[in-house]
Design a protein around this ligand. Structure first.
Ligand code: NDP
Length: 251
């Protein structure tokens, strides 16, 4: 591509400083996107920005609570101001768990998980989709979970939020399909992030025994799938829920 033809395209990854998010950012960046991420806990953005720069990626991180509607709208307005263009790819990746059986689950645990995993998808999509429609091109990619497909003991909140993401995906996909915008869900199984690797080895081996390919997934495998869905070649895929779980749950 000649430099004069080059137009900056922004990929916004919520929770892009996390275990899976970093790899999504790295791979979108290597594919040529300017990468923008959100983070919650202060003080971690410098290392992430340096890491992206070392990979040759133009990147910026913004502190933002994506579960807050006004914060999400302000974030996207700031990105447009800072980069002079709209967001072309939105990856709704920020997520939390606050587990407990229904008997023990508090209203706060329920609401925090629904707000962060599901309401954030509404908040962020509202902020970016009109610009994508106006541009005649866009990608919304929602990172759900195997537990949204099959349910998980102790995770009524998380399973409901993650299943809800896909309902949102299918409805929005129909609303924007004619405008060149695709909306898809990715449902990962167990991925070898720091959190999963911190699980005691014997428990981790029990988890791996349930996975037909006999290993955990790699964050870069999620990054690769996101980058493919973001590409022009994936324009015929919309409203899908793509499982990436080593065969642990087939549907
Ligand atoms: P991490 O905890 O490593 O990363 C999650 C990121 O989300 C963090 O960077 C966190 O920011 C950010 N975040 C949390 N709450 C908010 C908020 N309110 N506003 C903005 N950012 C927020 O998790 P993973 O990388 O493991 O998971 C990424 C996604 O993949 C999640 O949606 C998760 O549910 C899903 N997933 C993960 C699996 C796995 O095996 N790891 C399996 C299936 C699905 P900060 O650190 O600054 O608080």
């Amino acid at each position: 591509m000649r430099r004069a033809d080059y137009v900056k395209k922004i990929a916004l990854v919520t929770g892009g400083l996390g275990g899976i998010g970093q790899e999504i950012c790295a791979q979108l960046g290597k594919a040529g996107y300017v990468v923008v991420s959100t983070f919650m806990r202060a003080g971690r953005d410098e290392a992430w920005t340096k890491h992206m720069k070392d990979l040759g990626i133009e990147a910026k991180a913004y502190q933002c609570d994506v579960s807050n509607f006004e914060d999400a709208q302000a974030l996207v307005a700031n990105i447009k101001k800072d980069f002079g263009t709209h967001v072309s790819v939105l990856v709704n990746n920020a997520g939390i768990t606050k587990d407990g059986t229904l008997k023990k689950m508090t209203v706060e645990q329920w609401q925090d998980v629904i707000n962060t995993n599901l309401n954030s998808v509404f908040n962020m999509s509202k902020a970016v989709v009109d610009d994508m429609v106006a541009a005649g091109h866009g990608r919304v990619i929602n990172i759900s979970s195997i537990n949204g497909q099959k349910g998980q003991f102790g995770q009524t909140n998380y399973s409901a939020a993650k299943a809800g993401m896909h309902g949102f995906t299918m409805a929005l996909a129909q609303e924007v399909a004619k405008k060149g915008v695709t909306v898809n869900t990715i449902s990962p199984g167990y991925i070898a992030t720091e959190m999963v690797m911190a699980v005691p080895e014997d428990i981790r081996n029990q988890i791996i025994a349930q996975i037909p390919v006999n290993r955990l997934g790699k964050p870069e495998e999620i990054g690769g799938l996101v980058t493919y869905l973001a590409s022009d070649g994936a324009g015929f895929i919309t409203g899908s829920n793509i499982a990436i779980n080593g065969g642990q749950h087939m549907k």
